[in-house]
Design a binder for this molecule. Sequence first.
Ligand code: PGA
Length: 251
Amino acid sequence: MRRLVIAGNWKMNKTPSETKAFLEALKPVVAGKDNCDIVCCVPATNLAIAVETAKGSNIKIGAQNVHFAKSGAYTGETSADMLVDLGVEYVIIGHSERRQYFAETDETVNARVKAALEAGLKVILCVGELEKERDQGITAEILGKQTKVDLLDVTAEQMKNVIIAYEPVWAIGTGKTATNEQADEACGVVRAVVAELYGKRVADETIVQYGGSMNAKNCADLLKCENVDGGLIGGASLKTEDFGIIVDAAQ
Ligand code: PGA
């Protein structure tokens, strides 16, 4: 019932020229693979060339962050309207690296989510527990708090444009993937929180991805989990072959 979404998070990798070459190479690899949505979230400098290169293909382009203000004195930031005007369709918000290195909080994540939705962007909202939180047995509480605060004042109607990526922080870029059971259970917890906030119908329709060292080898099993509706992929999204295998697994 839910459509899978396979999204690459390139992080701070590839120049604009490398972006063009990569997407040119990726287009034939994923052509006709229409049983999932395919998104590449590229660095801000590469958005224009990415949108241009992906035109006419089944690859959608996303940004990795957006500011919460419409415009103004926010040196170095990018507004939602700027992204929309470029033809960008998606934006990742609240990635753990932004929370860890750029002082992102649930409150600023919430403000960014609202600004992005109001401008018409689709949001990939990242939530996930730290290793010590999992060890303490408080994963569900952490996911509940993040999901609730990050989605404060987001309407049920707007939830159509929200994807939630469950990304256990200990699994990101570490090669330590969550087991299928852990991924399925945590994505189920996120879905239950969405049900609590918006009711069962919205929860049943909300796409909940898994992210954290998903790769060409483990993707097929992870994507089979009932509550896992796709992946947010870092390292493995930087190679056309690996990303292509993950898209294939989502068919
Ligand atoms: P990874 O990154 O696949 O390299 O672990 C995932 C992410 O940060 O979204």
